[in-house]
Design a protein around this ligand. Structure first.
Ligand SMILES: Nc1ncnc2c1ncn2[C@@H]1O[C@H](COP(=O)(O)OP(=O)(O)OP(=O)(O)O)[C@@H](O)[C@H]1O
Ligand SMILES: [Mg+2]
Length: 499
């Protein structure tokens, strides 16, 4: 059956902030339509309206000519619209099958029919060629596979509309290929697919049309094959950004060794050694689980070491806790903003000042004015979209939450700044600003460790690149000298060079 989705004149405000203004677009069976826009443009809000999480103030949604009135997310799913959110919606302690069948596990004579449900779930898993079992606990799967469980859930529900809100943010390049295959398959089956991503390449790989939004309003809708990435950036940002890597005003001077890491070993790490210099931006590439986050956690005193040495400015140090790491001038901006970074229920201001409390206190009493000034500076520097610094972080868009946490760590004035996936979920314009900020910090003599799963980004932003695979360092490359190509990094990340 052919399907058609129509969104007509949708508007939505949140206590004074207009998140969506008169958005109209349509999509048909077998089409993949992208929603593109800067952080805070309204993409997630639009998807949440389509899925019954929020109600629009104005406008209508039609599926196959019938007007939809959702009273809840479950209601939207029953009506045929399934959204895979920016944040996972899984119950980690349950099995894959239990998650897939959540709201209606098949029953026989009033009892859950496990055999039948497991078999049906397994058939879906096999159809997508995935290597896990229906009876596996979701918590035992890696992020990429957890993501696939969300997709299987959507497919099982036979919804004609499936929307993806930044599905690739937690995935690495090779896992993205797997996701593409599945999405193309859904396309062939006649689903209507909506796709939100800040990685422009993905839009070219996958989508037929792009709906561009800015500040909640519709800018234009274009056929993907008829535009360039420069065009898309211009539509979404409102001006030409050119080649963001060429435009970078780079830090080119490297000073003395700041951080020397020698032969680190623990449960996850095997003989990890590297040196970070003053003014150096050292990239860490690798697949998910390669040990990059674990290396940083060990340095930061969050995980124990079995053996190894850490020197800061030539002196051996023993870092037993994150607090001690901070006293040595190390700042670590973690990958998982929701679990390790932000307090979602607190304000933007409180989240920013949290790690720098001594500097916004006078005689040990929090100075409201200093705190406010700091928050305002960070909001301005990173162009965080929020009406005031009092807004609770939970109500910011995904990318703007990421900027809050980056801003917080940069305000601690660290000597050594570790950034773990700092541009995850960040729009292209803001990415360019973050790259420049990192180079500006390096110019002041700070050493920056930059972990990223986006190869293009590591290769173009960092002076030197360390590649890891299964807890080991498999390559060390210099951007200029080695003319680093994505293939070189990728093969080291998969360890083809060393086997
Ligand atoms: N529950 C809420 N309460 C108040 N304001 C909200 C709420 N949800 C979203 N907003 C605001 O609506 C605007 C649009 O946010 P939305 O999350 O839709 O952006 P987005 O395009 O998905 O951005 P990103 O790329 O960063 O994920 C933002 O200004 C955001 O702060
Ligand atoms: Mg969003």
């Amino acid at each position: 059956m052919e399907h058609e989705l129509l969104l007509k004149n949708i508007s939505k405000s949140f206590s004074g902030v207009q998140a969506l203004k008169d958005i109209t677009f349509q999509a048909k069976s077998g089409e993949i339509v992208a929603l593109l826009g800067e952080n805070g443009a309204g993409k997630s809000t639009l998807l949440k309206i389509m899925s019954g999480v929020y109600f629009q103030d104005e406008g209508e949604i039609y599926l196959d000519g019938k007007q939809m009135h959702f009273t809840s997310p479950l209601d939207a799913i029953k009506s045929g619209i399934n959204i895979i959110y920016q944040e996972r919606q899984l119950v980690y302690d349950l099995t894959v099958m239990e998650n897939v069948y959540m709201e209606n596990i098949p029953a026989k004579n009033g009892f859950v029919d496990y055999k039948n449900a497991n078999a049906r779930t397994q058939a879906l898993i096999d159809m997508f060629g995935l290597p896990f079992k229906a009876t596996d606990k979701v918590s035992s799967l890696n992020v990429a596979h957890q993501q696939m469980v969300e997709i299987i859930k959507a497919v099982r529900r036979k919804c004609p509309v499936i929307a993806f809100d930044e599905p690739t943010a937690p995935l690495t390049d090779s896992e993205i290929e797997g996701l593409y295959k599945i999405i193309r398959r859904l396309q062939e089956e006649g689903k209507i697919i909506l796709y939100v991503s800040h990685r422009l390449q993905e839009l070219f790989d996958l989508t037929d049309r792009v709906v561009v939004m800015k500040d909640g309003a519709h800018v234009t809708t274009v056929n993907t094959s008829e535009v360039t990435s420069q065009d898309l950036v211009r539509y979404m940002v409102g001006r030409d950004l050119g080649d963001i890597y060429d435009r970078l005003d780079r830090c080119t001077k490297m000073g003395k060794p700041l951080l020397e890491v020698k032969h680190l070993n623990n449960k996850w790490l095997k003989d990890v050694s590297f040196t970070l210099h003053e003014g150096e931006i050292l990239g860490f590439a690798g697949l998910v689980g390669a040990g990059r986050t674990e290396t940083m956690r060990a340095i930061f005193g969050a995980d124990k070491l079995d053996s190894g040495q850490i020197l800061i400015e030539g002196k051996e140090v023993r870092i037993r806790s994150p607090k001690e790491a901070m006293e040595y001038g190390i700042g670590l901006c973690p990958e998982d903003r929701k679990h390790q970074g932000l307090v979602l229920g607190m304000s933007v201001k409180e989240n920013i000042s949290m790690s720098v409390l001594p500097s916004v206190a006078k005689n040990r009493i929090l100075d409201k004015k200093l705190e406010e000034d700091l928050a305002d500076r960070v909001i301005k520097r990173f162009d965080i979209k929020t009406p005031t610094s009092q807004k609770v972080v939970k109500e910011l868009s995904g990318g703007n939450q990421q900027k809050v946490i980056l801003g917080r760590w940069i305000s601690t004035n660290p000597k050594i700044l570790i950034l773990d996936e700092p541009t995850k979920g960040i729009d292209v314009g803001a990415k360019a600003e973050i790259y420049q900020t990192v180079h500006d910090l390096a110019k002041t003599g700070i050493g920056v460790i930059f972990i990223s799963s986006e190869l293009t980004e590591v290769i173009n932003v960092c002076e030197n690149i360390v590649v890891m695979y299964e807890g080991k360092i498999t390559a060390k490359l210099n951007r200029e000298k080695d003319h680093v190509a994505e293939e070189t990094v990728l093969s080291a990340a998969m360890d083809h060079l060393n086997t």
